[in-house]
Design a protein around this ligand. Structure first.
Ligand code: NAD
Ligand code: DAU
Length: 351
C-alpha cells in the first residue's frame, strides 16, 4: 500500500462519506477509520465497506493519550484526516466540557502523536484538520467569511473548534508540522444524525410531529451537500498547500423558515399529502441561547487555487436526502431509540 491514512470520526456523518470516497477511490491507500462510536458514530453508515481489503475500523477515544500514542506507533500513519468531534451546538450549550475534551484535548493528542512518530522527517506527511465556518462568529445581513476573517466563536462548540484550529496552526508554526485546514458551512445529506435541522425536520414531518423552529426562523445558514464536501476534502488532501486554510461552502444561503417551508412543500409531494399539510406542523419555539444570525462563505480561494466548486444543486441534494431517509427507516429508528429520545425530550420539552 502507498500510504496509511488515519481518518478520525469516520463513523459519523461527514466522516463516513470521506472514508467511503477514500477507501473506494484509492485502493492503494490503507484507510484506518478511528472512531470512539459516541451517540453520533454508527457503523451502519459503512456497512457496504465491510470486507474491503484496504479498510479497517478501529474503535478508540482520541482523548485517551496512551491509547493514541500506542496506536500511532503501531500503525505508523503517513497522514491524518481529523473529523472526530462533538459537533452539535445545542449539546455544547448543555454540556461544554465534553466539547473541550474531544475537540481540544483530542486534537492535541493527535498532533502530539504525529510529532512523535514523524520526528522531524515530514516528507509525504500531512495532518488535515476539518473545521467549521462557525469559528468566524456571526455575520449581519451583508458580507462573507474569508480565510482571513478574524475568529469570533460564540458557542462552546465553535470556541472549542476555534481553539483546535489555533493549536493546529501553532504546531505548524512552532514544530513545522505539515498541516492543512478547511472551514466548511452547514452540511446536509444521508447519514446525518437527526438532531440536526434537516434530518430532524424530515423525521418530524414524516411522523406528523411538530417541527421546532428556534426564534423567528430568521437565522441564515449556507448549505452544502455532504458528497460535495467529501470531494473538496479529497481535493485539499491531494492538492492543498502546506500550512494553508481553505473555506468550503455551497453558495446556497437559506433563512431557516424558508428552508423548512420548502421542505414541507417537498415532503407533501413525496408523501402524497394535500398542499400545506406539512407546513401546519411548523412551531416557533424558544430561541437557541446565543444563536448566531448568519453564516456565509466566500469559497473563492478553493475554487481559484484548487479548482473545486459544488456540483450538487440544492434541489437535487434535498431530493437525494429525503429519499434516503424515507427508504432507510431502520437506520433512523435505530438511531432514534435509546439515548437520543432522552436528549430530544430534554432539549425541546419547555421551549
Ligand atoms: P458527527 O457528530 O456526525 O460525527 C462525529 C464522529 O466523531 C462520530 O462518529 C463520533 O463517534 C466521533 N467521535 C466523537 N468524539 C470522539 C472521540 N472522543 N474519539 C473518537 N471519536 C469520536 O459530526 P459531523 O457532522 O460528521 O462533523 C464531522 C467534522 O466536521 C467535525 O469536526 C465538525 O466540527 C466538522 N464540520 C461539520 C459540519 C456539519 O455541518 N456537520 C460543517 C463543518 C464542519
Ligand atoms: O456551519 C457549520 C456547522 O453547521 C457545523 O460546524 C456544525 O457541526 C453543524 O451542526 C451545523 O451547526 P448549526 O447549529 O448551524 O446546525 P443545526 O442543524 O443545529 O441548526 C441549523 C439552524 O437551524 C440553526 O440556525 C438552528 C436552527 N434550528 C436547529 C434545530 C436543531 C432550529 O430552528 N430548530 C431545531 O430544532
Amino acid at each position: 500500500m502507498d500510504k496509511t491514512i488515519i481518518i478520525t470520526g469516520g463513523a459519523g456523518f461527514i466522516g463516513s462519506h470521506v472514508v467511503r470516497l477514500f477507501a473506494t477511490k484509492y485502493p492503494e491507500y490503507r484507510i484506518l477509520n478511528l472512531d470512539g462510536l459516541t451517540y453520533a458514530g454508527n457503523l451502519e453508515n459503512l456497512k457496504d465497506l465491510e470486507g474491503l481489503p484496504n479498510y479497517t475500523f478501529i474503535k478508540g477515544d482520541i482523548v485517551e493519550e496512551d491509547f493514541i500514542n500506542k496506536l500511532f506507533a503501531e500503525q505508523q500513519p503517513d497522514a491524518v484526516i481529523h473529523l472526530a468531534a462533538e459537533s452539535h451546538v445545542d449539546r455544547s450549550i448543555l454540556d461544554p466540557l465534553s466539547f473541550i475534551n474531544t475537540n481540544i484535548i483530542g486534537t492535541v493528542n493527535l498532533l502530539n502523536a504525529c510529532r512523535s512518530i514523524w520526528k522531524d522527517n515530514f516528507d509525504g506527511k500531512l495532518f488535515y484538520h476539518i473545521s467549521t465556518d462557525e469559528v468566524y462568529g456571526s455575520l449581519g445581513e451583508e458580507g462573507l467569511f474569508v480565510e482571513t476573517t478574524a475568529y469570533d466563536p460564540r458557542s462552546p462548540y465553535s470556541a472549542s473548534k476555534a481553539s483546535s484550529d489555533h493549536l493546529v496552526r501553532a504546531y505548524h508554526h512552532t514544530y513545522k508540522l505539515p498541516v492543512v485546514l478547511t472551514n466548511c458551512s452547514n452540511n446536509y445529506g444521508p447519514n446525518q444524525f437527526p438532531e440536526k435541522l434537516i434530518p430532524l425536520a424530515i423525521n418530524n414531518i414524516k411522523k406528523m410531529k411538530a417541527v421546532p423552529i428556534y426564534g423567528k426562523g430568521e437565522n441564515v445558514r449556507d448549505w452544502l451537500y455532504v458528497g460535495d464536501h467529501a470531494e473538496a476534502i479529497d481535493r485539499v488532501f491531494h492538492k492543498g498547500s502546506n500550512g494553508e486554510t481553505y473555506n468550503i461552502g455551497g453558495n446556497n444561503e437559506w433563512m431557516n423558515i424558508d428552508l423548512i417551508r420548502l421542505m414541507c412543500k417537498f415532503m407533501d409531494e413525496k408523501l402524497d399529502r394535500s398542499p400545506g399539510t406539512s407546513e401546519g406542523l411548523i412551531e416557533f419555539v424558544k430561541d437557541r441561547a446565543g444563536h448566531d444570525l448568519r453564516y456565509a462563505i466566500d469559497a473563492g480561494k478553493i475554487k481559484e487555487d484548487l479548482g473545486w466548486e459544488p456540483t450538487v444543486t440544492f434541489e437535487e441534494g434535498l431530493a437525494r436526502t429525503v429519499d434516503w431517509y424515507l427508504s432507510n427507516q431502520e437506520w433512523l429508528e435505530n438511531v432514534l431509540s435509546g439515548d437520543y429520545s432522552k436528549y430530544y425530550d430534554q432539549q425541546y420539552k419547555d421551549r
